[in-house]
Design a protein around this ligand. Structure first.
Ligand SMILES: O=C(O)CCC(=O)C(=O)O
Length: 292
């Protein structure tokens, strides 16, 4: 297995490397400025970066999942709560609900993993993420680890992405999140804790990558979230209000969350791609049973 090594952007001389890149003049200024934020704050925001046509089309495809004409009966919608209390359903099962129950399900939490398998627009966005100059600067050759499409604010509790992955080196993972519509405070925006990418790993995940939230005991998971709570106590979450097409890129160790939704009727369509340096996803070498 590949050794845990530091990524160049985590090294003490990262700012010098960035200055060198600036001096060479080969990389566009916007990408270098974004890189500067990523190194210092653990995330960057690229306003209006994604192509409006694909953003609008991906949002429309997310809505279409809730209509009988979409035609992917096996598509799985996770977290959606059915009247029976069951969580998660196929598109076919959703279509069998009466309109009141379906509407209630649509207003609740739901997410779709691997939406690019069903939406050409989402596939286009994933490909675009993989080709971004800043992604090449961060990871070299990148590949998809996972994607998630959200219809509403996720209200995901504060966490780091390397805690839910098995990536070696553990910094070779980034989140690239795309707003598929304008996202205000009431929709439960994505929020980050700037600078937390410098905290160093939680000690309970040893040996990593074998042990992470996906394989650890429930006691270790409780200890991890207690550790996260300690780290964010006294820090202010930065909620990122966005316009459609804005893109947020974050470091694998950055603590981030989905803020609570203030209004239940507001959508928050978004698509996040978790990208890794090619060959660094060690999930296939994990011998422990996966928790999910
Ligand atoms: O979109 C969100 O609210 C949270 C996304 C997230 O936590 C993630 O993709 O790791």
């Amino acid at each position: 297995m590949t050794k845990q090594v530091e990524m160049w952007f985590d090294a003490a001389r990262a700012s010098q490397t960035l200055s060198q890149l600036r001096g060479e003049g080969k990389v566009e200024l916007a990408a270098l400025d974004a890189l500067d934020d990523f190194i210092k704050q653990g995330y960057c925001v690229m306003r209006g970066a994604a192509a409006p046509r694909e953003v609008v089309a991906a949002a429309a495809d997310l809505d279409a999942v809730w209509s009988p004409t979409y035609g992917y009966p096996a598509l799985r919608v996770d977290e959606v709560r059915l009247p029976s209390g069951v969580k998660g359903a196929t598109q076919d099962e959703l279509m069998q609900l009466g309109s009141t129950d379906r509407d209630a399900a649509w207003r609740g939490h739901w997410r779709i993993h691997g939406f690019e398998q069903y939406s050409l627009a989402a596939l286009g966005l994933l490909r675009w993420c993989l080709e971004l100059p800043i992604v090449a600067l961060l990871l070299g050759e990148a590949e998809r680890m996972s994607t998630i499409a959200f219809g509403r604010g996720s209200e995901q509790r504060a966490h780091q992405d390397w805690a839910v992955s098995h990536v070696v080196p553990r910094g070779a993972l980034i989140g690239v999140w795309i707003a598929l519509e304008d996202v205000g405070e009431d929709a439960g925006p994505l929020a980050v804790y700037p600078g937390t990418h410098r905290l160093g790993p939680f000690g309970g995940f040893a040996p990593y990558p074998e042990v992470s939230l996906r394989t650890c005991s429930s006691d270790v998971a409780v200890a991890y979230y207690a550790w996260i709570d300690v780290q964010i106590a006294g820090r202010k979450a930065k909620a990122i209000e966005c316009s459609a097409g804005d893109v947020v890129i974050w470091h694998a160790a950055l603590i981030h969350e989905g803020r609570p939704r203030v209004r239940a009727d507001v959508t928050r369509r978004s698509f996040v791609c978790h990208l890794v340096r090619r060959g660094s996803n060690a999930v296939d070498s994990i011998t422990a049973t996966l928790n999910w």
